[in-house]
Design a protein around this ligand. Sequence first.
Ligand code: SF4
Length: 286
Amino acid sequence: MAFIVGCRCQGVGIPFPVGWIHAVAAPPSNGILTIITPLCYRCQARLDHVFKPFWGDIGRLPAAAPPPPTEDAIPIKPAEADAFYGRLAAADPEPETELRFTNPYTLLVAVVLSAQATDVGVNKATEPLFKKVNTPEAVLALGEEGLRDAIKTIGLFNTKAKNVMALSRLLVERHGGQVPRNRDALEALPGVGRKTANVVLNVAFGEPTIAVDTHIFRVANRTGLAPGKTPLAVESALEAVTPDRWRRHAHHWLILHGRYICRARKPRCLDCVVRDLCAYPDKTGE
Ligand code: SF4
């Protein structure tokens, strides 16, 4: 059995099956579906945007069931992309990460801890921690138990503590205790994937990388700035569409725009500086 939803993010009022959600649901024996995180894979909209839920056998889905390729979405034109970033830049000329850190190592640790957690929650735990320890050697001396205790308010803290210990060990063994300015070396560290490496390269070393998280994925798809079915596809599309002069801060402009204006559940379209450039058909306030 599967639960699928239609989403209007790629058509004006025309429903279509959009893909598997992270599903969910109690069997409909009581007639009530319990839905968990039903995000549209494309625009990341939630319950208020999805419709036509039904139970069905995956093998019997109608021919129209496969999700439409998001690459078919009409992307923003280059001049509009330039204006898009120009507006975000005018509103916030020097955007910064909201994670607190004191050096590249503490940035790396904070980003690893921030997976599936809020920056605010991570900061609460790391501010006192980084006052005590801010190098891989010091974290190794603190020990896994001490680290776990310091970050126990953060989700998945057990796994994250193990990863931070292991990556600290590797930094000491392979990189003299320094965070490498190199994607492959970063991604070889436990708990560090492409997104984390991109954040570290961008924030710690000023590289023009764009780390696609849930906010950027949503903004890029909703607006038509850089449609793509996967974070990697969106990252490639953003690299293609983002003018060089905006590359350095593109990551933070998009993430902050997604976090505070183009929110998943209720985008604040009336307050949005790129409203007239955005292709989202369900803007709020209309
Ligand atoms: S107009 Fe609305 S949907 Fe479009 S970018 Fe702005 S907040 Fe997001």
